[in-house]
Design a protein around this ligand. Structure first.
Ligand code: AGP
Length: 614
């Protein structure tokens, strides 16, 4: 989503900010802008579209207009108003003295706007942010101090925000504020940085202060002062940042997505290391703060997540119910929050999120916390807002994921769910040991099986080319691979904009079958197991309607010959662990179709890597 970078120091701010914004590009945006403040002068530059458009404008500027050593920049993902130059940030007040960049949504902007208009404020954009600009400017007229103006204004704002604010009469400071949207202050020597995410500043500093909700910060070249919601100065808590700059390299792959797909064998190894040693040793999960007695009291599990993380949660339901016998519900966070969810102190609530910053999931978790449920967070970001809300934290250690389409984080979430399930099952003795041992053994063989798929992708590439001109796709599966069908379809629509839908194979005949003809390819996941014959029959039904059929299977069967138009084989694997292999085929298929169609694989249109608005 939107990205913020601020800089105050001795370097040319434009260089630091543009570089920082380029490291946030992967998060998704549709316009960009920058404000440079020097000698009581503010220069604002904005452009719709990619950051390169903004860079072109800046290249044509005279040096004296862009040589400031302080500034704020922004990449905007449109929520209120089209992605135009007028709606791009920074926004300003009537006299252009104040500038602001903002992530989040000011929910009461429609209430505040008429009052400000009555006071003479002229609005030139359709954004909610411009209301904040005028509001702070008004407070500034009264208080004559930018910190005090922001402190007073934020008390009138509802919704979510991470801000950076400057005023040309105070060119030695940037004021930052946050509520329900991430913001960090990078601590340098003789310079300081502000960013909505670590990659923007990691090249310059490894030390940062994470702003908490309702805090306001005054940042100068050589000082950082943080104030709480009562405007009381509080002590700075400087933390070490977790990323190395190298993590943002494509390492020779054409796209981050392809690199991240290929990283999955190592991702699995990373999840398992220190947790699962061999099939005879119990799973160790030091970060799960529930002992045997507490685990035995759990009578309900609720998994809340969005998008790809939700699909990982659906696989989680199958394995948790199968191995622990505890009833498990999975719900999209955005649905969980607007009804009276039944949860209590015997409910284990599992929040799953790659970014740890997804607004819907954060709200859902806060709601569950109020019911005294134990909150367990599975995330790729140990430093995220969600991680900070956790009673137990299960970091998935997938490494930074740059491609907007989640791949390796899904794999790491799946593996974390297997490990967590086994941990619970072993503690409550819910399943006979033999079954669990078999699963553990298989999990340990996953990296080499994944490698065997990734080492020979020619067949998948050919299938991708053959089907890339189709406008619609159906993905079907049953049982534990139904979520794989959903995730495979999501991957395809996200990066190729092809209309793909996942269905439980048995549901085809209850409606979707009406759409089948030779223009509608059907991809079926057929794993040897209790639903194999059923999926095969559903494939026959599709074939009888002339649909082109693609199979993904771990089973060599003569019956496939005259039925499937194309077939991808995966290594031998049990049904319960198979989602971890099947999904790689579907990720590769989506990737190669998108690449073949010449789409922007890593930054698909309209999407954001971390969705920080509800
Ligand atoms: C995945 O490819 C998507 N970009 C999206 O569905 C994502 O999984 C969803 O927004 C949830 O994000 P999170 O895991 O960071 O909470």
């Amino acid at each position: 989503m939107c990205g913020i970078v601020g800089y105050i120091g001795k370097k040319r701010a434009v260089d630091v900010i543009l570089k920082g914004l380029s490291y946030l590009e992967y998060r998704g945006y549709d316009s960009a802008g920058i404000a440079l403040i020097s000698n009581n002068n503010t220069n604002i530059f904005k452009a719709p579209g990619k950051l390169s458009n903004l860079k072109e404008i800046l290249c044509l500027e005279k040096e004296e207009n862009i040589n400031a050593t302080m500034g704020i920049g922004h990449t905007r993902w449109a929520t209120h108003g089209l992605p135009t130059e007028a709606n791009a940030h920074p926004h300003s007040c009537n006299c252009k003295s104040l500038t602001i960049v903002h992530n989040g949504i000011i929910e009461n902007y429609k209430d505040l706007k008429p009052e400000l208009e009555k006071k003479g404020c002229k609005f030139i954009s359709q954004t909610d942010t411009e209301v904040a600009a005028h509001l702070i400017a008004h407070e500034f007229e009264d208080k004559k101090d930018l910190l005090k103006a922001v402190q007073s204004a934020v008390k009138k704002l509802k919704g979510a925000y991470a801000f950076c604010v400057t005023h040309k009469s105070m060119p030695d400071r940037i004021i930052a504020a946050r509520k329900n949207a991430p913001l960090i202050i990078g601590v340098g020597e003789g310079e300081n940085f502000i960013a909505s995410d670590i990659p923007a500043i990691i090249e310059y500093t490894k030390k940062a202060i994470y702003l908490s909700d309702n805090q306001v910060a005054e940042i100068k070249t050589d000082s950082i002062k943080i104030y709480d919601e009562n405007d009381t100065l509080i002590a700075n808590k400087v933390e070490n940042l977790p990323f190395e700059p190298i993590a943002l390299s494509k390492m020779g792959y054409k796209h981050f997505m392809l690199k991240e797909i290929h990283e999955q064998p190592d991702v699995v190894r990373n999840v398992l290391v220190d947790k699962l040693h061999d099939e005879d040793t119990k799973v160790i999960l030091d970060d799960v703060k529930l002992n045997k007695e507490q685990l035995s009291k759990i009578n309900r599990i609720q998994i809340i997540a969005c998008g790809t993380s939700l699909h990982a949660g659906l696989v989680g339901k199958y394995i948790l119910e199968e191995l622990t016998g505890i009833p498990t519900d999975v719900e999209a966070s955005s649905e969980y929050i607007y009804r009276n969810t039944i949860a209590d102190e015997n409910t284990l609530v599992i929040g799953i999120s790659q970014s740890g910053e997804t607004a819907d999931t954060i709200t859902a978790i806060k709601q569950a916390k109020e019911k005294n449920s134990h909150i367990l967070i599975i995330t790729n970001r140990k430093d995220s807002a969600m991680a900070r809300l956790a009673d137990s934290l299960l970091p998935i250690n997938a490494g930074i994921e740059v491609s907007v389409a989640a791949t390796k984080s899904y794999m790491a979430q799946l593996l974390s769910l297997y490990i967590l399930t086994i941990f619970i099952a072993e503690n409550i003795n819910s399943k006979e040991n033999g079954h669990i041992k078999d699963i553990k053994k298989e999990l340990l063989t996953l990296p080499s099986k994944l490698e065997s798929i990734l080492n020979d992708t020619k067949n998948i590439e050919n299938i991708a080319k053959k089907y890339s001109s189709f406008k619609n796709f159906i993905f079907i599966a049953r049982g534990i691979n139904y979520p794989s069908a959903l995730e495979g379809a999501l991957k395809l629509k996200e990066i190729s904009y092809i209309n793909a839908t996942g269905y439980p194979a048995g549901e085809l005949k209850h409606g979707p079958i009406a759409m089948l003809d030779e223009t509608m390819p059907v991809l079926a996941i057929l794993n040897e197991g209790i639903v194999y014959d059923k999926v095969l029959s559903n494939c026959e039904e599709a074939k009888a309607r002339q649909a082109k059929l693609i199979g993904v299977t771990n089973f060599i069967d003569e019956k496939h010959k005259n039925l499937f138009d194309d077939m991808v084989s995966i290594p031998e694997i049990s049904d319960i662990v198979s989602p971890a292999l099947n999904i790689v085929v579907l990720q590769l298929l989506a990737y190669h179709i998108s690449e073949y169609l010449g789409k922007d694989v890593d930054q698909p249109r309209n999407l954001a890597k971390s969705v920080t608005v509800e």
